[in-house]
Design a protein around this ligand. Structure first.
Ligand SMILES: Cc1cc2nc3c(=O)[nH]c(=O)nc-3n(C[C@H](O)[C@H](O)[C@H](O)COP(=O)(O)OP(=O)(O)OC[C@H]3O[C@@H](n4cnc5c(N)ncnc54)[C@H](O)[C@@H]3O)c2cc1C
Length: 289
């Protein structure tokens, strides 16, 4: 099913993000997590994409399992910065062959200068990927947006201009980077609507369960840590069980606030942890009707 049809048919949706294994020997572990997550009956599940051989192949494989084994709608992420036009055509062909109708069109992060990873220069920005997916035909296309600004730091004003260009090329919905301060998100949405960006916005919510993983993600996302989140991290960061519970409660409260302010598309960055997703679902399930 196409995600824009799901969004149109339900005022509130709950979806999950998973990431594929980097190596084939981890495949079964990830497949088990995906199976447990799909048993929580999300409206759809997205699968992240890591440029390069094994990981990109596993994105298609996991997304196919989600559709064919778990009978759940899949959203395959796809990045373009490290890909050639030919790579993209071939992956889109595989997705189509496997019955996947939804793609999240992303630029991808710049490889570190010392990583030695080649950059083919076929793509510079996600908007060019949106063009190619639209031309390929018949995909529902999502794209990313960054309520606190993208770490490239062009300034929010300029970013919103580029976001409008991306949406105008045929984006059906946007998914946000995670954030902890809902008010910043509400202010951002006002600016998007003011700039004529009217597609549905799916809100990415991150349950923070460990200091280490948060530090890594903060560095690449540009998300700021609120004083409230900082207190949780300082007080319970060394106690994994308490931190996980605090992270679940924080995410659940964030969702309650979002839904009560009229934002019904909730996407949980599950980090492949079914117990965390299940605890959040237990807290907010009543909102789903
Ligand atoms: C919901 C979500 C899911 C993600 N999933 C993945 C994943 O699976 N795999 C992965 O590797 N990464 C993923 N990322 C990270 C993402 O790839 C990075 O944030 C990346 O740096 C930017 O991607 P984008 O698609 O927003 O890029 P773009 O839309 O290309 O924007 C990137 C920057 O370029 C600027 N820009 C855009 N167009 C122009 C232009 N014409 N001229 C000048 N500047 C321009 C924008 O304002 C912005 O600052 C995800 C991010 C989000 C929010």
């Amino acid at each position: 099913m196409k995600i824009n049809d799901i969004i149109r048919s339900k005022p509130i949706t709950l979806s999950f993000e998973v990431f594929p294994p980097k190596t084939d020997d981890r495949y079964d572990t990830v497949a088990q997590a995906v199976s447990a997550l799909s048993s929580l009956a999300p409206d759809y599940m997205s699968v992240t994409y890591g440029a390069g051989g094994g990981t990109s192949k596993n994105t298609v494989r996991i997304a196919t399992d989600i559709e064919k084994v778990h009978h759940t709608t899949a959203l395959a992420h796809l990045t373009c910065l490290s890909s050639t036009k030919q790579d993209i055509q071939s992956i889109l062909g595989e997705l189509k062959e496997n019955g996947i109708h939804n793609v999240l069109a992303l630029r991808g992060d710049q490889p570190k200068p010392d990583s030695g990873a080649p950059i083919p220069h076929d793509y510079r920005y996600a908007v060019e990927l949106v063009n190619d997916i639209r031309a390929f035909g018949d995909f529902c296309i999502g794209a990313a947006c960054h309520p606190e600004g993208h770490p490239d730091r062009n300034g929010l004003q300029e970013e919103i201009i580029h976001l409008r260009e991306k949406v105008d090329r045929g984006v059906d919905f946007l998914v946000t980077q995670f954030f902890f301060d809902n008010q910043k998100f509400y202010d951002y949405i006002d600016r998007l609507r003011g700039a004529g960006i009217n597609v549905p916005i799916i809100v990415g919510v991150m349950p923070v369960t460990s200091v280490q993983s948060l530090e890594r993600m903060i560095a690449i996302s540009g998300t700021s840590v609120t004083p409230r989140m900082q207190t949780l991290l300082s007080r319970w960061g060394d106690d994994p069980d308490s931190m996980a519970q605090a992270g679940v409660l924080h995410a659940s409260e964030q969702i309650l606030d979002l839904v009560s302010n009229g934002f019904g598309g909730i996407h949980i960055y599950t980090m492949n942890k079914p117990l965390i997703a299940s605890a959040i679902r237990n807290n907010v399930g009543f909102l789903l009707g």
